[in-house]
Design a protein around this ligand. Structure first.
Ligand code: F6R
Length: 246
């Protein structure tokens, strides 16, 4: 079952989730354990990342014991490309924190051997002890990470073909649809479901239909976010507009 939590606005949602992350880091680091975070890109988590940076700067929250795994990366885009997710994460989060560079993991969209890269990514998540908290957004196709429909419940980290709806939605960042890659490397549905806790964020009216489908439809590969219903500890953090069809 998916729990839904309604927030007055995206800033309040960001504060609540940032507090949850801060508490997790503080509790785990007291007993000498790292905190493993799964992270998303896109517009939705930006207020959350701004709040984490504020907690670091103004309240002394340290990320020295944090290990991160991002969900996905575009095929062919390297760290210097302004639309690569590695660049995005550096600009919007990592570059402002005290997280060790060696603790940051993002799939390499330029890997010569994508299958090998994906297998190594899964192995690195396991070696870190698994993901404690996975942050997700949701695409209008029902994708989580870049698991476009159809994506099986047992899918693992792999190369995927991007849906045209997703390419169009993301073309606002590239300025031109032709520049948006056709493929990506993404954590699989099974990889995401193995995280011990999942926090999905969705704000605004454009997400209302897909949020309702994810929560209410029978789980199927045709709407990959429905697989989250099988998770034991998954919360959708919504504003009123995104929750309006629930
Ligand atoms: C990003 C990701 C995607 C986005 C989704 C929503 O790493 O994996 O699933 O979370 O496409 O994107 P925004 O937040 O831009 O609406």
């Amino acid at each position: 079952m998916i729990r839904t939590r309604l927030h007055p606005d995206k800033q309040s949602a960001a504060q609540a989730i940032a507090r949850e992350i801060a508490d997790l880091i503080e509790i785990r680091s007291k007993s000498g354990k790292p905190t493993v975070l799964g992270l998303a890109t896109g517009s939705t988590p930006l207020p959350l990342y701004a709040e984490l940076i504020r907690l670091h700067r103004e309240e002394g929250l340290s990320f020295r014991s944090v290990i991160t795994f991002n969900l996905d990366e575009y095929e062919g885009l390297g760290p210097d490309h302004a639309q690569s997710y590695r660049y995005f994460m550096e600009a919007n989060l990592f570059g402002h924190l005290d997280i060790p560079k060696s603790a940051i993991h993002i799939p390499d969209g330029r890997a010569a051997d994508p299958a090998g890269e994906c297998a190594a990514y899964e192995a690195a998540i396991r070696a870190a002890g698994g993901i404690d908290l996975q942050v997700l957004g949701i695409g209008r196709t029902g994708h989580i990470g870049f698991n476009e429909p159809p994506s099986a419940v047992d899918s693992r980290t792999r190369w995927v073909h991007l849906d045209e709806v997703t390419r169009k939605d993301n073309s606002v960042f590239f300025g031109d649809l032709a520049q948006v890659p056709h493929g990506a490397l993404t954590m699989g549905v099974a990889t995401i479901l193995e995280a011990r806790r999942v926090a999905l964020l969705a704000f605004g009216e454009t997400k209302a239909d897909i949020v309702a489908r994810a929560v209410k439809e029978t789980p199927s590969a045709g709407c990959p976010a429905t697989w989250l219903q099988r998770h034991q500890d998954c919360t959708f953090h919504l504003d009123a507009a995104a929750a309006k069809r629930l």
